[in-house]
Design a protein around this ligand. Sequence first.
Ligand code: DC
Length: 226
Amino acid sequence: MSASSSTSVLAPVIAIDGPSASGKGTVAQLVAEKLGFHYLDSGALYRIVALAAQQQQVNWSEAEALGTLAKTLDIRFKDGEIYLNDALITELVRTEEIGRGASEVAVHVPVRAALLDLQHSFRKPPGLVGDGRDIGSVVFTDAKLKIFLTASVEIRAERRYKQLKNKGLNADYDKILTDLQQRDLRDSARSASPLIQTPDALLLDTTQRDIQQAVDFVLTAYKKLS
Ligand code: DC
């Protein structure tokens, strides 16, 4: 194969990174829908590792064992549902407990390394919208557009509180706030792929913006690059 024929053009990536409960997942999905792009919820992968570890009684602090486990997972995303070894786990990975576990397993280098190739495999034509903590800073450093989507921790806690209440679930605002603060700290202060706004990422603060305004911001920024 000649050098020129081996350099195929990679599908464009829009990377949306940001802290927990910032709304980045919803924004990323809507942008992907609008553009007809694929969607990668990278946080779900860390949640799946936390859940699988819990099921197999592997502690969330055991870096090497978690890395081995992450390499062997049979994960499938289909029609908005998540399957692990053919079992439906969509709701199981969405709990606050597994969210905390995801943030704990995500500090380990072997876990992050195991999930890297899997994340790269989502990059397919006509394009990909990925959200997480390090999509633009580590996983797809050549992303065409990088967005750092955030909001004040109080407004994120309020939105999460209302979400839980609307589902008829128990919710305690102060606990949610403390939990988000701890998760922000763990995700930003870790040495492996911390949550950071890279210099080439556009800041999108949704404290005073609704979802539609955030989606329009991303689509407008993307159109400007095309
Ligand atoms: O986006 P989320 O709440 O589903 O993510 C859960 C945890 O997974 C988050 O607290 C940190 C980790 N995570 C990560 O370290 N890197 C990513 N790209 C996505 C999520």
